[in-house]
Design a protein around this ligand. Structure first.
Ligand code: GTQ
Length: 361
């Protein structure tokens, strides 16, 4: 019977239904305005935007050519000293996240330059930092009183709340890529910092190579208990990293990654710092990766060789010292020209510890 009634519904009935729907819509709008004054909002109007089937992000893929960045950095060098700037850095802002000092939703990247004779003064902050040395030889970063002389390709860490300063006693500019967890720490409202003049207990001077001797040689100080989840080793020299990559490249390559290793905390086997994972991978000449995506938006820097990247319907070729971003869940393909070495960093450790990290091969 009800079937018959429905099919027999005339134009008058459907007009009534439309009127009723319109009335409900306007009643709802009035209701939303009313509760808005009390800082309340209806979930059902935005549930689909909050709980998406797969990641939806303002983070876009992006590519910065080193030649252009370097020219702008040189101009910055004429405009401001490292001491004046505290840190003379050009921030790589994701085109989808302008104004937020974010290279991905959770991470920050910048290109820092120190000219001969300059010093970037000591400070410490809760934000963790990593450096990939791109150009120059012989400038230093000092972490907790230990001076590390930097060489191209070296991976240097500045864990949360460690005192650090940079200086350049060489006769050429020194340029490196900074990676920090600035947006993540901002999201958590957990930013604290101090400058050296506020420092109450200056960090003791340590010999160059101290952390490598204690923690980076398959030895550990007797009775040593980790004071933090971060790696006590501050420098991972590229010379050793490259030798490892070339040795494992005699074996079988991973279809998605070629030969890929992650930087490790030698004490725990975990990540160098709890908020950022860092990686190094070698792709042999002509190697084309299988499509891959993961839920950690990733910043890549080319150390050697050349890589053509395909993702989100776009394609670009990245050359030595270029930086590019692969957003969360963006499937991508790499093709290498020449022996290619890629450095990368992401928030994967955070996602893993929260049980969120996913990948698709
Ligand atoms: O070298 O300490 O790119 O504090 C941003 C903030 C570098 C640094 C950055 C920093 C540093």
């Amino acid at each position: 019977m009800s079937d018959l009634n429905t099919s027999a519904a005339g134009p008058a009935d459907s007009a009534d239904a439309a009127d009723a729907a319109e009335k409900r819509r306007s009643e709802r709008q009035i209701f939303y305005k009313k509760i808005d004054q009390y800082n309340l909002t209806p979930l059902w109007e935005q549930l689909h935007n909050l709980v998406t089937k797969t990641p939806v992000s303002d983070c876009r893929h992006a590519h910065w050519e080193y030649g252009k960045m370097r020219a702008y950095l040189a101009e910055a060098g004429d405009l401001i000293t490292a001491e004046e700037a505290i840190r003379r850095v050009l921030v790589l802002e994701n085109p989808g996240l302008r104004g937020k000092a974010a290279v991905t939703t959770s991470l920050y990247a910048g290109l820092q330059m120190i000219l001969p004779g300059e010093i970037a003064p000591p400070h410490r902050h809760t934000q963790a930092a990593l450096r990939l040395v791109l150009e120059g030889e012989g400038a230093y970063t000092s972490v907790e009183g230990e001076k590390t002389i930097m060489h191209r390709g070296d991976f240097v860490t500045t864990p949360s709340w460690t005192w650090h300063e940079h200086g350049n006693e060489s006769d050429a500019p020194m340029i490196w890529l900074d990676g920090l967890d600035v947006p993540l720490v901002a999201m958590l409202d957990a930013s604290f910092s101090e400058h050296a003049h506020e420092q109450k207990t200056p960090s003791a001077f340590k010999a160059a190579g101290d952390s490598k001797a204690r923690f980076g040689s398959n030895l550990l100080p007797v009775d040593w208990v980790p004071p933090s989840p971060s790696s006590p080793l501050f420098c991972y020299p590229y010379k050793e990293t490259l030798a490892s990559l070339r040795t494992i490249a005699a074996g079988e390559a991973d279809a998605c990654h070629g030969y890929k290793l992650r930087y490790a905390n030698p004490v725990t086997g975990g990540y160098p710092m709890p908020t950022m994972g860092a990686y190094i991978q070698l792709l042999t000449d002509g190697f084309a990766t299988a499509g891959y995506r993961c839920s950690a938006g990733t910043v890549f820097a080319v150390i050697d060789g050349e890589v053509t990247v395909e993702l989100e319907g776009a394609s670009f070729t990245a050359r030595p010292n270029d930086v590019f971003v692969v957003p969360s869940w963006a499937r991508h393909w790499f093709t290498a020209r020449g022996e290619t070495v890629l450095f990368s960093f992401s928030d994967r450790p955070v996602q893993e510890v929260l049980g969120l990290w996913r990948e698709q091969r």
